[in-house]
Design a protein around this ligand. Structure first.
Ligand code: IVH
Length: 670
């Protein structure tokens, strides 16, 4: 009887997995949603009656029940590199020249594939079961996002049986958010007063960094596999066959991947996708061009962060045509006045665009943008759209130029133009327009990350005189909030909880939130890591700041000036006085498991090519050397090691095998 139940459960799981694969990977469903739901509830019911029979790879176990406290880190056994970019056919040809020269033959071919605009993920399967999923992170160490990745329906929790699965198989690919899901998500966020994501990539990244996988599960993420990481046995000798094997294993592979015999074919394919890409239901920002054969990839190797065997071709930014309905002026957090074009709404890269920046008044005059003009707008990366061209031939008669303001549109004080600069600025430190922007930035996702403190609430708080500074946020009482329009008791509490939680944000967020000119979250992290405390930073001289790698003289001066101006110090002291306590995170160790060690690799390894092993040694702070000497710390020997092993033995140098090597690297990650 118990055996029958077990059999039935396994049968149901097989069925459901098959239908998941048909639906999410192949887009060829064979049954209706209702029939699928029926199978699923049968399985759920049986598992509920027999909890001992529940296994982690059961289709019912995609979503875990409890939020995580934080993400563990994972050290990638094979580093996740980045890619060099090209922007036109000439640069692609130059890449091909370099390849031909280095391979010293014309006998090679390419694979061309869409460059999916999401984020890189490494999936580790052991004996066919998904055990870990990690983000790329800095390429060496990423976040363990297994719970979240398990909710992506096109990621198989177990690979298809009987397809000769290697015992260890790391699959690398891109997690992304389909354009339609992205639009729906942003619409829902707008309705609930949450800030929209700038693009599907940010939305995908944000969704994978959630601590509660139940929310990730609602985000409709998807995945395409495009490479292997560490493997106990290579799936094939070249890339194209590897992708074919991925498909056999049930992994989703992009259907538009093509082989190209030479660079002309590569260029044709890349250029043709520049037009065709808008028809896809996910965003691609270019094409990736890869040498097909792995032995040839090994010869080409890698430079620093990127392999020499692949290159990306980036599409020119997408453009759209629309009409300027009016021109308005915005006041930024440092008082800069920016002209903004209000547009007739138009679709661009998956979002509806209603406004575009004109950058500054000089630029507005250079473009000669006027109300009523037909313009081309462009979205470059994550930056808000900008007007790039005015269609003068379509200009309506009598279209008026927009005058450069003499007064701040918010506070009415006189504005001045920066010396030598192009910016027109409101210099009134009490300007409410500036204050609102500063608060918005302070509460932003990359700064203090105060949930539910959105634009309209900030407007109300400032307009109502409740908040005149950052610190005032922490003085808010529930009575203040419930008195506001459309603010129920529960929402008021949520706002207060969000503010409360931000009291103990990491120091780098605190530094980024202050709005010090030139200092963002990146430099905030550099400063926090370098000084370790706010006090230490406050005591730093300009020279000490300049001496830090990644802090240039302009930034050093800006930080120093800010920290030593009476007004800014009062802002900081006030925040500390209301109980904000920036936390110092324990520093991530920059050193590695192989620090100070010189390692020689010899023979054939199972999980790494020679190049990859040497890369892993360097990533772990070791030195990879080509020849054995007394200075060699140890030799990593694979199959058929040859004379280097003999020499190591003769010199009494330690020899380790691949397993010991992997252990060394992995222990480091813990
Ligand atoms: S191959 C050595 N193939 O692009 C890099 N990457 O700019 C191997 N990406 O971090 C990556 N689509 O996140 C590869 N078809 C594709 C890709 C792809 C998107 C991303 C990936 C990588 C980034 C590099």
């Amino acid at each position: 009887m118990a055996g029958d139940v077990k059999k039935r459960i396994e049968q149901l799981r097989r069925e459901i997995r098959r239908h998941d694969h048909l639906y999410y990977v192949l887009s060829q469903p064979e049954i209706t949603d209702q029939q699928y739901d029926e199978l699923f509830s049968q399985l759920k019911a049986l598992e509920a009656q027999h909890p001992d029979l529940v296994t982690p790879d059961s289709p019912t176990q995609r979503v875990s029940g409890r939020p995580l406290e934080g993400f563990a880190t994972v050290r990638h056994a094979v580093p996740m590199l980045s890619m060099d970019n090209t922007y036109n056919a000439d640069e692609l040809r130059a890449f091909d020249e370099r390849v031909r020269k280095q391979l010293d033959t014309a006998d090679y071919s390419y694979v061309v594939e869409p460059k999916i605009d999401g984020l890189a993920i490494s999936l580790r399967y052991e004996d066919g079961r998904l055990v870990t999923a990690a983000t790329r992170g800095d390429g060496e160490v990423g976040d363990d996002v297994t719970a979240n990745v398990r909710t992506i329906k096109s990621v198989p929790l177990s690979l298809i049986d009987g397809a000769r699965v290697p015992s260890v198989l790391e699959v690398r690919g891109e997690a992304y958010m389909p354009t339609r899901s992205f639009a729906a998500l942003n619409e829902a966020r707008a309705e609930s007063g949450e800030p929209p994501f700038a693009n599907p990539r940010n939305a995908a990244a944000g969704s994978l960094k959630l601590l509660d996988a139940r929310i990730t599960a609602t985000r409709n993420l998807a995945f395409f596999a495009y490479a292997t990481g560490a493997v106990s046995q290579p799936l094939a000798g070249d890339h194209f066959q590897t992708l074919e094997r991925f498909k056999e294993l049930g992994l989703p592979v992009n259907p538009h991947i093509e082989r190209a015999g030479d660079i002309d074919e590569v260029i044709d394919t890349c250029l043709s996708w520049s037009e065709r890409r808008t028809r896809l239901d996910y965003q691609i920002d270019g094409m990736v061009v890869k040498i097909n054969r792995f032995d040839q990839r090994d010869i080409l190797g890698a430079t620093g962060r990127a392999p020499r065997w692949c290159i990306s071709y980036k599409f020119p930014a997408e453009r759209a045509q629309t009409v300027v309905e009016s021109i308005a002026v915005q006041v930024g957090k440092s008082g800069i006045l920016t002209p903004v074009a209000n547009l007739k709404p138009v679709q661009l890269s998956g979002t509806t665009v209603k406004r575009a920046s004109l950058h500054n008044f000089d630029e507005m005059q250079r473009l000669d943008v006027r109300t009523g003009d037909t313009v081309l707008i462009e979205k470059a990366g994550e930056i808000i759209p900008q007007v790039v061209e005015v269609k003068k031939d379509l200009r309506p008669k009598g279209a008026q130029t927009f005058p450069i303001p003499k007064k701040c549109p918010i506070c009415g004080s006189h504005v001045t133009k920066d010396e030598a600069g192009v910016y027109v600025r409101c210099r009134n430190p009490q300007c409410q327009g500036q204050l609102k922007e500063r608060l918005r930035y302070f509460a932003g996702r990359d700064q203090m990350d105060i949930e539910r403190l959105g634009t309209s609430l900030i407007e109300q708080l400032v307009d109502g005189g409740l908040v005149k500074s950052f610190a005032d946020l922490y003085r808010l009482q529930k009575e203040d909030l419930v008195a506001l329009e459309r603010m129920a008791d529960k929402s008021a509490q949520n706002v207060l909880d969000g503010i409360e939680a931000s009291r103990t944000r990491p120091l780098w967020r605190f530094l980024a939130a202050l709005g010090i000119p030139h200092v963002g979250s990146q430099s905030g992290q550099v400063l926090a890591e370098h000084f370790g405390s706010l006090e230490a930073l406050l005591g730093a001289s300009q020279e000490q700041l300049e001496a830090i790698d990644q802090i240039g003289p302009v930034m050093a001066e800006s930080i120093h000036t800010y920290l030593h101006s009476t007004g800014s110090r009062a802002v900081i002291d006030d925040l500390l006085a209301v109980g904000v306590q920036p936390q110092v995170e324990s520093r991530r160790r920059r050193s590695g498991a192989l620090e100070g060690k010189t390692v020689v690799v010899t023979g054939a390894l199972e999980n790494f090519t020679r190049q990859q092993a040497e890369q892993a040694i360097r990533q772990a702070a070791g030195k990879a050397s080509g020849s054995v000497s007394k200075k060699t710390s140890f030799v990593l020997a694979g199959k058929d090691p040859g004379s280097k092993l003999d020499k190591a033995r003769a010199l009494g140098v330690d020899v380790i095998d691949e397993k010991q090597f992997m252990d060394m690297l992995l222990n480091e990650g813990k």
